[in-house]
Write a protein that binds this ligand. Structure first.
Ligand code: MN
Length: 422
């Protein structure tokens, strides 16, 4: 079986640091009785690839290791479901309500494509001893937080968690089969849109090295899977509920005085229903509020705003945001949807340093969880005690807040499907 060869310019120093980390990982896990590799909720291809790779790596380091691959939430997108079925059918779904009961059975947890202080994984709502969170491998910007894994490898400059796992696999000199290569390749491809966004040399190395080892038939089965009818119904719903808002032109926005930063008093008033939030999080609030400040950047062209009132799966919002961003002259695509008892937010932009993650965090505030990169971000607002009508009202209420952040006026909106629309 082939091995991955590290990039030519990979320094001896970096290599020995990596070897040390793998050595630590091996000794920290050596006598655990029940290990969980945990992906973030609603895992995407990068999370599935990184989770599967870490599971294989641990099996390689510790033969016979008692290890489970798992996630919360739901794998929705047809490509992602197919990937999970073909590559990691053994992965278990741990429904959020059962997490408090299920997680204590594991005496070691390792996070991939997320980190302890992020709000998008099962540990968030559960009291789990942090000294048993052994490792977090992530490429999302770190939050200023005391909550850390014992080994924390967070590199926000990297395009995909799968890239980091490729590095681990290479350093450990673990043989790699076509299944693992295909998973990692597709994870990187999906997160970096084929190396076209948020990419560094290490991503290019991993992508090009893995490409030679890919099972092309398997990859094609994933990428060109047949789509269920509800996918098309979802697109139709989204199109009918998409508005285009014209961005003010440059002369109107000079100074940008009225684009005031987050209104803190408003956020404070809104409060939170989420009594499960960790006390630690509360303590860090002051700190995090500062971090959540977002410098408004007026948009260019149009903002596309889609409301998905009844989503059949939580990742429909990100799928639609990806699609809407491809529309010409659209610089921001925002999808706001309702899935079960929560609002799901997905934001995409083609402005490379747009701080989309911060923008979503500044809007969600204490009412939910949010995160992301410069050009793609997401958030959740839980409304457990709200009626369906209240959820719809809350969804509508988000629209002007996003437009305000982008300096686009609500009055300048036109339905996408209106023939008179621009
Ligand atoms: Mn990722």
């Amino acid at each position: 079986m082939p091995h991955l060869t590290l990039p030519a310019d990979f320094s001896a120093q970096r290599k020995s640091a990596g070897e040390r980390r793998i050595q630590q990982l091996r000794s920290l896990l050596a006598d655990r009785r029940n290990i969980l590799v945990l992906m973030h909720n609603d895992p995407d291809p990068d999370a599935i690839a990184a989770g599967y790779a870490l599971e294989k790596l641990i099996r390689y380091l510790i033969p016979g290791a008692p290890i489970t691959l798992g996630h919360g939430g739901m794998i929705g997108r047809a490509e992602n479901r197919t990937m999970a079925q073909l590559i990691a059918p053994h992965a278990v779904r741990i429904p959020t309500p059962t997490a408090a009961e299920a997680l204590p059975a594991y005496d070691a947890i390792l996070l991939v494509d997320t980190q302890p202080s992020a709000g998008n994984h099962l540990l968030y709502a559960v009291e789990y001893p942090m000294d048993q969170v052994i490792l977090a491998i992530d490429h999302h910007p770190p939050r200023r937080s005391q909550i850390r894994a014992i080994l924390q490898d967070v590199r926000p400059e990297v395009g995909a968690a799968a890239t980091l796992l490729a590095e681990y696999v290479a350093i450990a000199e673990m043989p790699i089969d076509a299944l693992l290569a295909t998973a990692l390749f597709y994870g990187i491809k999906a997160d970096t849109r084929g190396l076209s966004r948020h990419t560094i040399d290490l991503d290019i190395w991993a992508y090009t090295t893995l490409r030679n080892l890919v099972d092309t038939e398997l990859l094609s089965q994933i990428e060109h899977v047949q789509l269920p009818r509800n996918y098309f119904r979802g697109i139709s719903d989204a199109l009918m509920n998409t508005m285009l808002y014209q961005c003010p032109n440059a002369t109107q926005t000079t100074g940008g005085k009225e684009l005031s930063p987050v209104d803190k008093s408003e956020e404070a008033e809104r409060g939170t229903d989420d009594d499960q939030e960790e006390i630690k999080q509360e303590e860090n609030r002051q700190e995090e509020n500062r971090e959540d400040e977002y410098d408004e950047q007026p948009c260019l062209g149009y903002v596309s705003m889609s409301l998905l009132f009844m989503m059949e799966r939580p990742d429909m919002a990100s799928e639609m945001a990806d699609l809407m961003l491809r529309m010409e002259d659209v610089s921001w695509a925002i999808c706001l949807g309702i899935f079960e008892d929560r609002l799901v937010i997905s934001v995409r932009t083609d402005k490379s340093n747009a701080q989309a993650g911060r923008m979503v965090r500044s809007i969600v505030g204490k009412n939910g969880t949010a995160g992301g990169h410069d050009t793609m971000a997401g958030g959740r607002i839980h409304l457990s005690n709200a009626t369906p009508a209240q959820r719809i009202a809350e969804l509508h209420a988000l629209v002007p807040r996003f437009l305000h952040k982008l300096g686009a006026g609500e009055a300048a909106g036109m339905p996408l499907l209106d023939k008179r629309a621009p």
